[in-house]
Design a binder for this molecule. Structure first.
Ligand code: UD1
Length: 424
């Protein structure tokens, strides 16, 4: 278990390239199960979640080649049961249910357990797959889904109490590509990662319209073929590095970004008073700090609203921004584990019923802190970069799930930090 030792207080400067989106790569890799032909996916980040996904595909019988960000798959003959030891390491492996079921008529996968950011049920995934004709049984912690005579298109509303479900939409969309007839998903997720998945499926021969809106229509086809695809840039990684530049008072440029995906992030940065500019084709962004920032209100909601996955990182920035900021997480109201750790570094944050009230302070001080989940770890790294003294972020495996080579990217921007194994 590695940890990160950060000597804070150095303003970051320079430029780095943003990696491919983890949350697009995972369902896209799962979608390669839908065809026996070869697929080639570019810009897949080298993070532990994509590594687990590749291992799971491999254990299902998919042959895999991986080099310099490209994953080449061939799922000629596959089995239906995903191994517990691998699936239990990554909640997103549930997005294999849809493609496995559609391709083999059966999927056996372990029920995902609890998660530190909330209860995270999968009722909407199961509701959708049932509506497509699957029978579902649960035994020994496993779910078995069967559709011996294939799936049948249907109309399904995927709205849950917190709005649409991202991986639920991915699962149903993938399953419906090989169903008989037409499927209409209402209250579908509009996230760019869902659009990217739809684009890949269309490249494979699927008939999909409406991706990027709340209603997605899928006309089933009898088979899909191989395809090439390049994964979109990771908007959450981009938001995290923007925060890294701003929280340290430096100016940084990020290459390989997609401006439309960063709209609400851009709005909040400007509302705080910081500066943000793009190059002519809007594939590069530069952020620089104002000398007079002010707190703001953030409410997370499904895309195109402010993303819950950038909430913790903004909390770190706002902890050092004068004034009072209020942060409300409508998607995961319990996702405030980072606040107690930030308070140990000198922040003044009160958390009450899904809301964090942040009283901006002028200085954080380094401390040993414990990462609790992926984005919370990122928030602690950001705080450590700005803090006076040394911060030790433990349980770095959380951050390695979703940030490609974060230590070397931050070093490239001038950060004074090093990764060390926990035994040292
Ligand atoms: C995805 C992202 C995750 C992000 C989240 C919300 C991936 C791999 N992960 O997770 O980083 O934080 O979207 O943007 O893409 N819900 C139900 N029933 C369900 C499914 C979800 O009630 O069957 C609820 C959840 O508890 C949550 C909300 O719906 O409150 C949204 O969750 P969902 O969009 O499904 O999250 P994931 O797709 O798992």
């Amino acid at each position: 278990m590695d940890k990160l030792i950060i000597n804070g207080g150095t303003p970051l400067h320079g430029s780095i390239r943003i990696s491919g989106a983890k949350n697009a790569s995972l369902p896209i890799l799962a979608a390669t199960l839908l065809t026996e032909s070869s697929c080639s996916i570019k810009n897949v980040p080298d993070v532990s979640d994509t590594n687990y996904m590749v291992q799971i595909l491999n254990s299902l019988g998919v042959s895999i080649e991986r080099y310099s960000g490209t994953v080449i798959t061939e799922a000629k003959t596959i089995q239906s049961a995903a191994p517990y030891e691998l699936v239990s390491k990554m909640r997103a492996s549930i997005c294999m249910m849809g493609p496995l079921l559609a391709r083999t008529g059966k999927a056996i996968i372990s029920m995902p357990g609890g998660c530190v950011i909330g209860t995270r049920p999968i009722d909407l995934h199961l509701k959708g797959l049932k509506a497509l004709g699957a029978t579902i049984t649960q035994d020994g912690g496993n779910l078995t889904l069967e559709a011996k005579n294939g799936l049948i298109g249907c109309e399904i509303d995927l709205r849950g109490k917190s709005g649409p479900t991202v991986l639920g939409t991915a699962n149903i969309m993938m399953a419906a590509t090989l169903a008989q007839g037409t499927t209409i998903i209402e209250s579908a997720a509009r996230e760019p990662e869902i659009e990217d998945l739809a684009d890949f499926l269309i490249n494979m021969g699927a008939k999909i319209t409406g991706q990027g809106t709340r209603v997605i229509t899928i006309e089933g086809v009898t088979s899909l073929h191989g395809a090439h695809h390049e994964v979109i840039p990771d908007r959450i990684e981009a938001a995290t590095y923007m925060m890294a530049g701003l929280i340290t008072g430096g100016e940084i440029t990020l290459k390989n970004i997609c401006r439309p995906h960063l709209k609400t992030i851009e709005e909040k940065i400007q509302q705080i008073g910081h500066y943000i500019s793009y190059n002519a084709d809007e594939t590069q962004v530069t952020v620089s700090p104002t000398s007079n920032p002010q707190g703001c209100e953030i409410i997370t909601d499904p895309y195109p609203s402010f993303p819950t996955d950038a909430q913790a990182q903004f909390t770190s920035l706002l902890a050092l921004t004068p004034g009072i900021s209020v942060i409300e997480d409508m998607i995961f109201p319990e996702r405030f584990m980072h606040c107690a750790e930030l308070n140990r570094m000198g922040a003044k944050i009160e958390v009450d019923r899904g809301k964090a009230i942040v009283h901006g302070v002028t200085q954080l001080t380094g401390a040993p802190v414990m990462a609790s989940d992926l984005r919370a770890s990122a928030a602690l790294v950001l705080a450590g970069l700005a803090a006076k003294g040394t911060t030790q972020v433990n349980r770095l495996y959380h951050i390695d799930r979703g940030y490609e080579h974060i230590d070397t990217k931050l070093q490239d921007l001038g950060a004074d930090l090093k990764r060390v194994p926990n035994s040292i």
